[in-house]
Design a protein around this ligand. Sequence first.
Ligand code: KIV
Ligand code: NA
Length: 269
Amino acid sequence: QARQLMPADILARKGGAPIVCLTAYTTPMAAMMDAHVDLVLVGDSVGMVLHGLPSTVGVTMDMMILHGQAVARGLKQALMVIDMPFGSYEESPEQAFRNAARLMRETGAGAVKLEGGQHMAETIAFLVKRGIPVMAHVGLTPQSVNTLGGYKVQGRGADGERLMADAKAVAAAGAFSVVLEKVPQGLADRVTAEVAIPTVGIGASAGCDGQVLVVDDMLGLFTAFKPKFVKRFGTLGEQAEAAIAAYAAEVRARTFPAPEHVFADEVKK
Ligand code: KIV
Ligand code: NA
């Protein structure tokens, strides 16, 4: 398409062709994926995959803005969604609006994403009524790792009803889509069938309305650990390390730089 996608375009894809989403944190990666995906998420996963933080809890507004600005420069077609970092929206709808507006104003993102179900519904409605499209995120919500007690599968057994209620609450509040992270396949399919907005799965089900992965995970660039739901579509980390080792060996052997990389003392006439 010629113009950049908008949240309403994503919403209209409910039940249609799968919505393709990836994270990005830099201009070149965003530019590389722009023609291939529908939605680019500037995820707070940036803290773990690019900054070496132990969880997403340490990610700040300033980090999100800097990476958001970089991603925006690489996109022409895909919708850009930016994560609200931990501590920037939970306190009140007003706090959420102030920070969501700053993220959109300073990065040019078309929407924000925030974590939480029923307890965030009031905030989602507050933002949407005031011009800020919201992507919701339920199931495993990594910013709550300290209260969840780890990165466990969410919504198994009786907890499935709570997860269904969370997804229905964010849809009723006006979210244009909802990420389902690390939930059982059957539950993800039921949520997809019963909720009116597109579900975007990560560790959920191929039956979701779309899928998302962390780009460094799927490229094999982030290798500190690999969640079960990650498929490595490439091995860029291994290739990068081999290239670095080859460079180091050539520098030590004085075979790099070679004649074609150096400059003559006199310019030939
Ligand atoms: O931060 C992130 O990358 C995310 C996706 C995994 C959904 O929230
Ligand atoms: Na995130």
